[in-house]
Design a protein around this ligand. Structure first.
Ligand code: ADP
Ligand code: MG
Length: 692
């Protein structure tokens, strides 16, 4: 495989544009991409035609506006390039108008009341900052998706708006430091975790098929306790899958970089090289899709659910985030000179304050029924938001607040931006894996997102909240008579006021929950508890001021998130009921019958039938209990139909239905340990996790 040759070969990227477009068109398009400028229809016509020719040479027959509705998935509606000519022939055509704008009938996407179904039209608009690409026989054009009234119906539009917000706010600050940067972008490197299991076994599990996770399943004799899977040798079959996956991602210009086995058996990770938050999001969405498709080819099923198996780790998506300028500076890199240090400290202080002020939004950005299984469980950060800075950086900040001399490495005075600051530590401390928001040398790693989540949401929130604090800083600093003094005061004050969000200890410990409560930090344990904070007044103010969401867009998102939560739990409950009634209980009956008949025959021979009779008693008792629990679950699920208020309904699903599901599972899992494997209707945890 010649990687440099195949890399990006399915992408209409800079080099293809340069090669295929007239010079003037190329220039105009580049300007659009670099500055977010409007594109003339004449230019669009030329670009569209070149794209079509290029795509047809690659075997394409169709094009699609590829967009990201609020389901968190991607959507596409394919149109062929054919255009009839006289004499019954066709030619392949693609116009600038078709490139720039689409009008899919969008009535069946969630809109949270933003668009009544009778007004079905939605618009897709080309996002020229993300390259068009070829997938199967289709030219895919990344687009934003909005309603007739211009409200964002997707995840990309708010993300692009938030990137504008952070660009604007960062430039205000940089100007004060005398920087000549003219553009600041936010970057993300999402590490993607996933499970691979045999497709044959997957196809026998209704729970995996309908819900993406196992709703029943007794633990296998072995779990992850030997810590022998993490970074372990990759099995041949999995390695072949990963190789194939890498190749396809590279063809699409996705910088797949790192791959390894994860902590849980059959769990793996893929990390790309980071890109702008917009492109990283597009690429991550594509990565997930291609992971799933490639799995099929290799006889696997790729599970992207946040918690496919109880008792072993779930899957997350660590979102590494940073800010950089078009002059090549990473604004979260501590740097080596005092001036850089002061600028770094300003951005660091802004992130600290933003995380403290908008803890609720960060939590909301990762809330889902699936991720509720991770947050607060043993492998993921807790639902409480805090920042890890490492001991040394924390000491430095403490010294700044107290106006003292930091003596950690060498003796220096601590006046920001004036005197020499120490070289800031980069990765000197041990990696803290329990923190939800960790500084890792020159970027922050937000560890709460679940594996299935689109990273558009979390990055929209991070960009917006940091933009807001940078704006607040700029408001103070721009007015100051003496910049150095004002900056010194501002940083001291900010660190002092937001110290409570900094926590370098073990985020999994009981003590932290108690300590966090004392500090007044939020602990929004479940999705129904977290979501309504999206629409808190302070948060609406933030989004409206930063131009990221309108109030109506926020309200619609609250509705969509709550609705999705309710539907997810409802599907899970119905699946559990179905599995119990149609498969599990009948299987137990068959096994009991076998035991009872054996006991009778053995009795006739005068043999000891203690095993058979004891098992019959145990299993009959357990299956009666299970049956009662199934009826209870059915009852509470039906009662949900009587609740109209969405928030009340979400609370009900969480408190009542979800609890009843847990009770049923406990009994069924006990039954599983007693029933002969050949009678059990589903592949066991052991088979699914270890027999790859
Ligand atoms: P680890 O698991 O040790 O945290 P990985 O190599 O698995 O590290 O993933 C680190 C991720 O962080 C990669 O996607 C990488 O590209 C990304 N990253 C590195 N530097 C930056 C940065 N400045 N901004 C955003 N992401 C970054
Ligand atoms: Mg990491």
């Amino acid at each position: 495989m010649n990687v440099p040759e195949i890399f990006g070969s399915d992408v209409f990227n800079e080099s293809v544009m340069k090669e295929r477009l007239p010079k003037e068109t190329y220039k105009a398009l580049k300007k659009t991409i670099a500055e977010g400028k409007h594109l003339d229809i004449e230019v669009a016509n030329v670009v569209a035609n070149a794209m079509k020719d290029w795509a047809c040479e690659k075997g394409c027959t169709h094009y699609t506006h590829w967009f990201q509705p609020m389901t968190g998935l991607t959507a596409e509606k394919l149109d062929s390039f054919i255009s009839p000519t006289e004499k019954g022939h066709v030619i392949m055509e693609f116009s600038g108008k078709e490139l720039v704008k689409g009008e899919p009938d969008a009535s069946s996407f969630p809109s949270g009341g933003l668009r009544a179904t009778f007004e079905a039209r939605g618009y897709t608009a080309w996002d020229p900052t993300s390259y068009a690409f070829v997938k199967a026989d289709t030219l895919c054009i990344p687009t934003a998706f909005c309603s007739y009234g211009g409200e964002a119906l997707d995840k990309k539009t708010p993300l692009l708006r938030s990137m504008e917000a952070i660009n604007r706010a960062s430039l205000r600050i940089l100007k004060l430091f005398g920087s000549n940067a003219t553009r600041v972008v936010s970057n993300a490197g999402p590490e993607q975790e996933y499970f691979l299991i045999d497709r044959e076994m997957y196809s026998k599990r209704k729970d995996l098929i309908f819900t993406g996770r196992t709703l029943y399943g007794a633990p296998a004799p072995k779990g992850q306790e030997l810590e022998d899977h993490y970074f372990g040798t990759i099995k041949t079959r999995v390695a072949a899958y990963m190789k194939d996956l890498d190749e396809q991602l590279w063809r699409l210009g996705i910088h797949a970089k790192t791959k390894h086995n994860e902590v849980a058996p059959s769990q793996h990770e893929l990390a790309p090289i980071y890109g702008t938050t917009n492109i990283a999001t597009d690429h991550n969405q594509l990565t997930m899709e291609i992971m799933k498709r490639t799995a099929r080819k290799h006889g696997f099923k790729c599970l992207l659910h946040e918690k496919p198996f109880a008792g072993v780790n779930g899957s997350g998506k660590h979102n590494n985030w940073s800010l950089s300028t078009n002059t090549g500076v990473n604004l979260l890199d501590p740097g080596k000179t005092p001036a850089e240090n002061a600028q770094f400290l300003t951005f660091l202080a802004a992130v600290i304050k933003a995380v403290n002020d908008y803890q609720d939004l960060l939590r909301v950005s990762v809330a889902s029924a699936g991720n509720d299984h991770r947050l607060g469980a043993n492998e993921a950060p807790p639902a409480i938001i805090s920042i890890f800075l490492g001991d040394e950086l924390t000491e430095i900040l403490k010294a700044i607040v107290e106006g003292e001399t930091y003596t950690g490495s060498k003796k220096v005075d601590m006046e920001i931006g004036v005197d020499v600051l120490p070289n800031f530590p980069r990765d000197t401390t041990d990696r803290n894996r329990t923190s939800p928001f960790a500084f890792t040398g020159n970027k922050f790693e937000f560890r709460m997102p679940g594996s299935k989540l689109s990273v558009a949401g979390p990055n929209t929130i991070i960009n917006t909240m940091v933009a807001e604090v940078l704006d607040q800083f700029a408001d103070v600093l721009e007015k100051a008579d003496n910049f150095q003094d004002a900056l010194d005061d501002l940083i001291k004050k900010t660190i002092a006021e937001n110290e409570s969000i900094i926590f370098n200890g073990n985020g999994y410990s009981e003590e932290w929950t108690v300590e966090a409560e004392k500090r007044g930090l939020l602990n929004l344990k479940s999705t129904p508890e977290a979501i309504p904070h999206f629409a808190d007044k302070k948060n609406i103010d933030l989004f409206v001021k930063q131009g990221v969401y309108t109030e109506a867009e926020i309200i619609s998102r609250v509705e969509i998130l709550l609705d999705e939560y309710c539907k997810t739990i409802n599907i899970e409950a119905l699946t559990m009921i179905d599995m119990a009634k149609k498969d599990i209980l009948p299987a137990v009956v068959t096994y009991i019958k076998e035991l009872a008949q054996t006991a009778e025959l053995a009795n006739a021979c005068g043999a000891d039938t203690f095993f058979e009779t004891d098992m019959v008693k145990k299993l009959s008792s357990l299956s009666s209990q299970a049956y009662r629990k199934v009826s209870e679950l059915e009852e509470v699920t039906i009662k949900a139909h009587d609740i109209c208020d969405l928030q009340v309904l979400a609370n009900y699903y969480h408190d009542v239905v979800f609890t009843a599901m847990g009770e049923l599972r406990t009994i069924a899992d006990e039954i599983e340990t007693l029933v002969g494997e050949k009678y059990w209707p589903y592949p066991t945890y052991g088979k699914m996790l270890f027999y790859v």
